[in-house]
Design a binder for this molecule. Structure first.
Ligand code: HEM
Ligand code: HEM
Length: 368
């Protein structure tokens, strides 16, 4: 399992690099290389890894790995279909539905097997999976109901980005941040138990608003921004010294929250026609997903790659976290420039990503 996770982190980083740099494919195909092929299987595998921890049940059965592997196949087929043979995409969505539905069913079995109550993070994962199932069903429906193509596609994309990725990422980040920052934080559980309602309502309003009414989307945006503000205020009021450091995973995760807020505000601007929506997906990848994945990988990859070698884990973690703040801020700036359609954005994002990849690729053993 840890090896599969490490491989999927690397696949997702390669897919981001490919998605940002391959020039000749349609925009939707490029985005699906990153989101459906790179990120979706990684999130499902991470859930399969964390759900036993959240439910205090034993290691995952090997069969559960069929879910991220199925998602990988679906992501590949979705990309091929959007590049070469459009009518195939519902098949890809159907395979993804099986992979996601299977994981949701398994998570419910684990919830039932928990002694006492499962950690509230489990509910966040289940809500994220439900949002993805809904998003996939809607894009299949769009193939059958072409007159409603545009609203259904807008529902699909906002539900997947904010409902699936947004909830899965925040549910993980709220637990990972204290661990990565080296402090204990009893407020994490309280925030997770309270905030999901607002974020689910916000996501539904944004998705429905993008499909039918920009004002509804603005109300949803407000709910998201208030929740994020509560998250940041809670963290910074008690732990700012641990979070704002030049190096490490925690600062990168904090920058990801700022990147998400930037994309949400960018959403309001494209929702009212003040910015082109065509850059929004790329900005989401650069300003939010890149600091999130590099930050989480800084903490988790050493654990997954170097099991039972704590000293080497520590050294690799220090190496991956080197200048984490500068790298994160470069992603954030590149995301902002992407929203403004500035070509410099791409080079800034790739340079920051390469800094991480070089730290990762240096041979193990010469960490300093
Ligand atoms: C196998 C799974 C998936 C299939 C078959 C699929 C299919 C599609 C299709 C057919 C479109 C319309 C493309 C167009 O306008 O030409 C679309 C748009 C989109 N999808 Fe997916 N999708 C999948 C998974 C995902 C996931 C997991 C995400 C994000 C987490 C996602 C995010 C988006 C976005 C952002 C767009 C809008 C692209 C744009 O207009 O630039 N999709 N998807
Ligand atoms: C977080 C990342 C977001 C991304 C990547 C994104 C992406 C997109 C895309 C690609 C479209 C155009 C779809 C099409 O017409 O083909 C769109 C439309 C829209 N989005 Fe977003 N969006 C995001 C967030 C938001 C947020 C937070 C809001 C809430 C204010 C929002 C409100 C809208 C609205 C109202 C439309 C329809 C615009 C129109 O009628 O022309 N979006 N979005």
């Amino acid at each position: 399992m840890p090896r599969l996770l490490a491989a999927l982190v690397i696949i997702s980083l390669v897919s981001v690099t490919a998605g940002l740099s391959l020039p000749d494919l349609p925009a939707a195909a490029l985005l699906h290389i990153i989101l459906a092929l790179g990120i979706m299987p990684l999130i499902l595998a991470a859930m399969a890894y964390f759900i036993p921890v959240l439910t205090r049940t034993g290691k995952p059965e090997p069969l559960v790995l069929l879910s991220p592997i199925g998602a990988l196949i679906a992501g590949l087929l979705a990309t091929l279909s959007l590049s070469l043979s459009y009518p195939l995409y519902p098949v890809a969505a159907a395979i993804a539905l099986l992979a996601v539905g299977g994981l949701l069913w398994w998570s419910q079995q684990r919830a039932k097997a928990t002694l006492g109550r499962p950690h509230p993070g489990l509910l966040w994962y289940q809500l994220a999976l439900t949002a993805l199932i809904l998003g996939l069903l809607l894009i299949i429906l769009a193939a059958l109901w072409p007159e409603q193509w545009l609203p259904l596609k807008r529902l699909h994309l906002h539900l997947n980005l904010l409902g699936f990725i947004g909830l899965a990422a925040l549910g993980t980040l709220r637990v990972l941040l204290p661990t990565a920052g080296g402090f204990s934080d009893p407020q994490a559980g309280v925030w997770l138990m309270g905030e999901w309602r607002w974020l689910v309502a916000g996501t539904l309003l944004i998705a429905a608003g993008a499909a039918w009414s920009a004002v509804l989307a603005d109300i949803g945006l407000l709910l998201w921004l208030i929740s994020l503000a509560r998250l940041v205020r809670g963290l910074l009021s008690a732990h700012s010294g641990r979070l704002w450091q030049w190096h490490g995973a925690a600062v990168s995760l904090m920058v990801a929250v700022a990147g998400l807020a930037l994309c949400l505000i960018g959403g309001a601007l494209h929702g009212h026609g003040l910015l082109p929506a065509s850059q929004a997906g790329e900005a989401f990848v650069i300003a939010f997903l890149l600091p999130l994945v590099t930050g989480a990988a800084t903490h988790l990859l050493p654990l997954w790659l170097l099991q039972s070698q704590p000293e080497r884990q520590q050294r690799l973690r220090a190496r991956l976290g080197y200048l984490g703040a500068v790298r994160g801020l470069a992603f954030l700036a590149a995301g902002g420039l992407t929203l403004l359609s500035q070509p410099l954005a791409f080079w800034l994002a790739i340079a920051a990503l390469c800094q991480f990849l070089i730290q990762l690729a240096r041979p193990l053993g010469d960490e300093r």
